[in-house]
Design a protein around this ligand. Structure first.
Ligand SMILES: NC(=O)c1ccc[n+]([C@@H]2O[C@H](COP(=O)([O-])OP(=O)(O)OC[C@H]3O[C@@H](n4cnc5c(N)ncnc54)[C@H](OP(=O)(O)O)[C@@H]3O)[C@@H](O)[C@H]2O)c1
Length: 229
């Protein structure tokens, strides 16, 4: 396989951490792991010489600048996986202005600003947005997840809009709407629920998709779910 430079957000735990480990197993790839918890990533990925860890906060107003700084020594990026996410689980009337803002910053505007910073480094490349079945039109919906699921729906919409605007280029964007995978976020959304898929199993699908699917599809919004939720 041709070595690729791969940027993964939300790499400190859950699905993102498993993505880094699986993609780093091919030593040809260069992986940039991003999250707020740089020290944890440094420790978790210390065995991989091809992984560099970077502090990155999608809730701040300077996401584009943070991303540009992280990429300053990098010539080109082949794959960006926008995996980081934030979930608020509260009855609708209890959701605060801050909850809405944080959800939309981390799950929507922060992702778009990350993409703005990465696109100038891309030629033939694949951007994969990680959404949720909760943000997929027509799927079963769950109480308490208004801030989260509406923001994930916006991420689906962004995927279609970007794909249209970049259709004459080599830059493909697709969106995966994940079903339940066993992580801290799932426990926050559905306490006590046992997912049929582990974080590692979900990462295996995403890693293969991120490396290959741009050959066959663009602007697609794909549910990846065995179960409800
Ligand atoms: N697990 C599921 O069942 C499921 C279902 C549908 C969709 N998804 C989606 O899959 C993706 C991964 O979820 P997960 O279950 O692995 O979640 P997780 O275990 O809660 O991990 C979330 C990741 O996002 C990062 N993150 C959170 N806030 C951030 C911020 N302000 N700036 C930068 N990074 C931030 C966290 O890193 P730090 O806290 O270290 O910054 C962490 O690495 C998310 O987009 C989620 O919405 C998951």
């Amino acid at each position: 396989m041709k070595p690729k430079t791969i940027v993964i957000t939300g790499a400190s735990r859950g699905i993102g951490k498993e993505l880094v480990i699986q993609l780093a197993e091919y030593s040809g790839h260069q992986i940039l792991a991003l999250s707020r918890n740089e020290a944890k990533m440094e420790s978790d990925f210390e065995d991989f010489e091809n992984v560099s860890c970077h502090a990155f906060d999608l809730s701040r107003d300077d996401v584009k600048e943070q991303t540009e700084k992280i990429l300053s020594g990098i010539d080109s990026v082949d794959v960006l996986i926008n995996n980081a996410g934030f979930l608020v689980n509260k009855p609708f009337l209890e959701i605060t202005h801050e909850d809405f803002l944080t959800s939309y910053k981390i799950n929507v505007t922060g992702v778009m600003e990350t993409v703005q910073a990465v696109v100038p480094k891309m030629t033939n490349a694949h951007i994969v947005n990680i959404s949720s079945v909760g943000g997929y039109q027509g799927s079963v919906k769950f109480p308490g997840l208004t801030a989260y699921s509406t923001s994930k729906a916006a991420l689906c919409s962004f995927t279609e809009l970007f794909a249209e605007e970049y259709k004459e280029t080599g830059i493909a964007m697709n969106c995966l709407c994940l079903g339940a995978a066993q992580t801290e976020m799932l426990e926050a959304a559905f306490p006590g629920y046992e997912a049929p898929v582990s974080a590692s199993e979900m990462a295996e699908y995403i890693a293969n998709f991120a490396l290959n699917a741009q050959k066959w599809m663009r602007g697609k919004i794909i549910p990846v779910s065995l179960s409800t939720p």
